[in-house]
Design a protein around this ligand. Structure first.
Ligand code: DX5
Ligand code: ZN
Length: 228
């Protein structure tokens, strides 16, 4: 599935909840992927961490490849790694449809976004809670997705930081209509509505899905609240 098609159709389907594969059962990854598919998810968010840019270490290409083998749904790769430009084509080859890099992790954000687009993947920019929108406004034309972190990148299960709300509202006025606005971190029944009202259309969810034993109910309830 090429990124633009997956991105355009997924954007048209908003609001979309994407499960964050960080708190899932990695001992039964393929089962988790098919369980999430049966629960109605329409894309997967993979949290890649290098232990350098963020104080946590998760996984790399083998897990992306395993998820790619297990599903045809779009894979949204959130690279929490320093100098992500080194690995753009590797993650595309591993199966990523969307490759999102942190503005704080590279000295050449525009070049990195262009390199992602050159692979055929959709290019995303992520910003941590402490990073102002002004940092990325000069390069918004070079991305197809903006990810606003409502927690400090690195761990699931953190509390929602409301600074994300004003950043979502500001970005909504700055980005092109076909650019996806995504929010990630501490998203649940109490926080998703405010993010949707501020303009978010994709919602990355970890603990609010994986801490429940009914994935379908969690996903449909969160998407229902976001569409109100
Ligand atoms: C944090 C990750 C998020 C996180 C979301 O660095 O990017 O995707 O796993 O998990 P919750 O929903 O539990 O905050
Ligand atoms: Zn993430």
């Amino acid at each position: 599935m090429s990124a633009p098609t997956s991105l355009a159709s997924l954007k048209a389907a908003a609001p979309v909840v994407l499960p964050s594969l960080l708190l899932c059962d990695f001992g039964h990854l393929a089962d988790e992927v098919s369980r999430l598919e049966s629960a109605g998810v329409r894309a997967f968010h993979l949290d890649v961490m290098d232990g350098d840019f963020v104080p946590n270490f998760t996984y790399g290409m083998p897990i992306v490849e395993a998820v790619r083998k297990a599903t045809d749904l779009p894979i949204d790769c959130h690279l929490m790694i320093r100098q992500p430009e080194r690995y753009v084509s590797t993650f595309r080859d591993a199966g990523a449809d969307i490759i999102t890099v942190h503005a704080e992790a590279t000295d050449d954000l525009r070049g990195t976004l262009e390199a992602i687009s050159a692979t055929g993947a959709a290019a995303g920019i992520a910003i941590n809670p402490g990073t102002p929108v002004a940092t990325i406004s000069p390069v918004l034309d070079a991305c197809q997705l903006v990810l606003v972190m409502s927690v400090e990148a690195g761990f699931g299960g953190q509390s929602f930081n409301p600074i994300a709300i004003e950043k979502l509202s500001e970005l909504r006025t700055l980005i092109a209509p076909d650019t996806v606005l995504e929010v990630d971190g501490g998203i649940g029944a109490e926080t998703i509505a405010r993010c949707a009202a501020a303009g978010a259309e994709w919602f990355v969810v970890g603990s609010a899905i994986f801490r429940s034993n009914d994935y379908a109910r969690s996903v449909s309830e969160l998407e229902r609240i976001a569409s109100q």
